[in-house]
Design a protein. Structure first.
Length: 192
């Protein structure tokens, strides 16, 4: 969901509110109007002329910078690290407490401009547990993992999938696991 002002932007800022995922390509204005993206977890992304992706979900927020610069502000009081400036290729995750975690990415496609549009999932040493969260967020389907040893296994690579079962089956093949479908529920388990 992207909320924008009903009557247009103000004189000094262009401000939007995002819950979900969106790609932004922001053009500089002659009067230097700032562009700000606000998320429900009180993260403010201030654009300094750029292209970037904001991913705001229940578990927190991620920002991937493709061009230019952005400055992040956390409005949470308990957060000691209130402002961070991102460089091209950086990915910042923000947890529920408002704490920033900066990680330069080898692959800016990870949560980038084409990945979610083309139903491509890019994993860099990502645990199966994390992947199941992403499946739930993207497809609304809960995935049960049979055991803890399987949940912590990590994979890397690009996977294209139009639905949760397709993605999970591709991942299961890589992990040497299998997928069960019962009553519209997905379960991944080690092969017998």
């Amino acid at each position: 969901m992207l909320r924008i002002p009903r009557w247009g932007f103000g004189k000094h800022t262009r401000e939007v509110f995002l819950q979900g995922e969106a790609e932004f390509s922001v053009t500089h204005t002659a009067d230097n109007q700032r562009f700000i993206v606000n998320t429900p977890d009180k993260v403010k992304v201030e654009v300094l002329g750029t292209e970037f992706v904001v991913y705001s979900r229940n578990r927190g927020t991620k920002i991937a910078l493709h061009k230019g610069k952005v400055q992040l502000h956390s409005l949470k009081e308990e957060n000691k690290q209130k402002i961070i400036e991102m460089k091209v290729g950086d990915i910042v995750t923000v947890d529920k407490k408002g704490t920033f975690r900066l990680q330069p990415s080898k692959n800016t496609f990870t949560i980038g401009s084409k990945a979610w549009k083309e139903h491509t999932f890019v994993f860099e040493s990502t645990s199966l547990e994390e992947i199941t969260y992403q499946i739930e967020e993207n497809f609304g389907v809960k995935v049960q993992i049979a055991d803890r040893a399987l949940a912590v296994r990590e994979i890397s690579g690009d996977y294209q999938a139009a639905n949760a079962e397709e993605l999970l089956r591709a991942i299961a093949e890589v992990l040497g696991a299998e997928v069960e479908v019962k009553n519209e529920r997905l379960r991944i388990k080690p092969t017998d």
